[in-house]
Structure formats: structure tokens, C-alpha cells
Design a binder for this molecule. Sequence first.
Ligand code: GLC
Length: 445
Amino acid sequence: MKISSLSRRALLKSAGAAAAIAPLPLRAQDHLPASDPGPSTSTIGDRDRRMQWWHEARFGMFVHFGLYSVLGRHEWAMEEEGIPVAEYQLLARQFNPAPHAARAWAKLAKTAGMKYMVMTTKHHEGFCLFDTKLTDYCAPKQAAGRDLVAEYVEAARSEGMRFGFYYSLMDWHHPDGARCRNDEAARRRFVDYIHGQVRELCSNYGKVDVLWYDVNWPLSPEGWESVNMNKMVRQLQPDILINNRSGIPEDFTTPEQEIRAASTPWEACMTMNDSWGYQRADDNWKSPKTIVRNLLSCTRDQGNYLLNIGPRPDGSIPDPSIEILTSVGKWMDSYSDLIHRADRCQVGRSEFADFTRRGNTLFIHAYFWPGDTLAIGGLEQKVLSAKMFATGEPVQFIQEPFRVRFIGLQTTAPDPIARVLAVECDGEPTQNQMAIRIGRKREGV
Ligand code: GLC
């Protein structure tokens, strides 16, 4: 069986750690919801109202920024390279991003057609980008000399972006961050610290749209007192959306580096290369087409797509990220409406196109343009009309029992990402591939 480098790292990590202490978290798995979803402070009726903007937004920007950006070797460098706390924390004396670097992030997010942002306020390294009374290990009291979360909030607001705070529960710097797992006094101190910081984040920046917890090692939800913590959050921020990584389900799930549809609200978070934090040597970039295809897959199944940038230590965005998001934005200039206002779409089988739907209209996003004829199989409804979405130019079609062929199309695709056909049907478009197999047998076709 092929093991990806990510899971191999995770396996090694847990194998190596097993003898000495409780298993370390597996990167992607440690925040999987338990099979019994357990308690939650999110009530379903209210959730629909609170989440309406989020469903429509569909596409957001994740920002991983911290001391690890100075190293430029991935945000897990502290642990993976075994860097001692005393050595690592010296980075706080160097980390001093250019003033208002976040404005360029928010502008780029807007250009790309994104509607919200989520920024790391404290990653596993424990360094806080916000002003906190609970530690000196924070941007305002170190080289930066100012509250970088406040700058981010100002930037997001001025571009009309909703915004959220990522906050890692796991903390490699706090003296009780690991000790808390088997020392009750340490647990008490650490949980008070964490709740105190969450309170600060929910009190000092006006309305916050999303609270995005990460890695809840080493405590259980009871140990973190997650229910109480999130009740406090909702008291301070009644409309906030909370993800599932404090160990209780709350408002939405967070499949990581994969698109996994669910019947409850979900958001796939993904890197544009293979690193969340700035990794200067990582050149494994996804193409704009891949990003759009992922966004379409999320849209088809009513999920969100949170796509990451990892700024350099001065806050500037790596050039490939700018180029990719600018291209995605060009595509979104014509098609963003299909992303932000979409219904769940059952049609899904094609090797050259993704599908979205609004009402009885099916949108065929052909990312590998097939030429002058484009065919899909198994559509169960009658096609009433078809046109090119961007230009409104009508498209001729021939409908047969198991196939619709759209004909007389341009042979080459002017849009390098995906051209879109809008196909109006006489009911909600659905596809039945099995009917093709069975029907073909019956009719000997
Ligand atoms: C993982 C990683 C972390 C990253 C996060 C984003 O939990 O530990 O580095 O911030 O995923 O989802």
C-alpha cells in the first residue's frame, strides 16, 4: 500500500512517541469527530440562520502566519526538527512584519472571489499574534510591537470580508501545554489560560464571524471544558460559527486536504502547495484549474472551500499564490454567481466537467473542453434550452434516451480554466448512470 509522505510522517510521529508519552496527534486525524458526536452548544434551528452567509460565501482564505514564517520551513518545524523552546522563542525578537501586510491578503482574497478569511491567531508554536494579558509571548510585546490580529481585522473589514480566528488548543510553548494531560493543577492553569485567551479574542475585536479551533491534544473535550468554553464564546458572539476541533461537533466539520461531503455543514481546508505556514522550498503548487475544480466539487455538494496562503515573515504573499489566486479570480469574474448561489447538485458523472445547479438549471463546467460536441449521459429530465453561460449565446442540442449532445460548439476553449454551459431542464436535473447500463442491455444498443 502506498503511504503518502503526510501519513508516513504521521505514522512515524505516533510510533516514535508511543513509548515515552501519550501518542502525539496525527496531523489530519486527531480532530476527527468521535463516532458519538456528543454534546454541542450549536442548536440546529438557529444554526441555519447563523450559517446562511457562510453557505453563500462558499470560498474563503485561510492564512497561516506566525514565528514559523521566519524559519520558512513549515509550521511544524519546531516539533519536527526538535527545536528547544528557548531557541525557538528567540524568533519572536525577529518577527516584525511590514505594517498592514494583511491589507494585501484581504485584497487578494477579494480578487479571487473569496468572501471570508480565517487567520492563525495562535498556532501550535504558542506565539500569539494578538494582544493578550495572559502572556508576554505575543506580537505586541515582542519585536512586532503591535497587535497583528487587529491589523488583520481592520484589513478584512475594509474589503468587506467576513473574518474568523484560528486558534490552536495544543500549545508547544506553554509550560503546562503537555503537562496538563496527567497533572490536574497544570490542567486547571492551562485550561484557564486557553479560556482566557478565547475570551480575549471574542471580546476585543468587535463582531467575529468564525472561531476555528485546531488540534485538541492532549485533553478530551471534558478536559478542555469545551462545552463551557463554547457557551462563553456564544454569549460574547451570539452569531459566531464554531468548527468541530474543540472535540465537540458545533457548527461545521473540517475535512483537511480532502473534499469529503457530509450531510451537515462542512468546509474543506486546503493548502495551495503542501504547506500551511511559509515553506520557501515547497514548489508543489496546485494549478488554478485544480483550485477551481476543487471549489466546484465543494459547491456541488454544498460545502465550503477554505484555501490557504502562507505569507513570508514580512507578511508578503509568495508570488505563486498571487498568480494562482489572480487567475482563479479572473474565472470568478464571470462565474462567481454560480458558486455563491448554488443548490445541491446530484449530477456528477463526467471525466471532463464538473456540475453545479440552481433550480432547474444545470451548469456544466467543462474544464477539459471536448471540442465541437459535448455530451453527457443519463440526464433524466428533458432539456428545454441551452446556452453558453458567459455570453448567453444559444447552444443547439440533440436529446436521445440516454444522452444529450450539445453541438456546434467552438472547437477550442477560450477559457483555460473551464467554460460553462447553462442547461435549462423541465425539472431538477438528475443523472442516472445505471439506467444507461441497464437500458443498453435491454435495447441491445
Ligand atoms: C493541522 C495542522 C496544522 C494546520 C491545520 C489546518 O491540524 O497541524 O498545521 O494549521 O491542520 O487545518
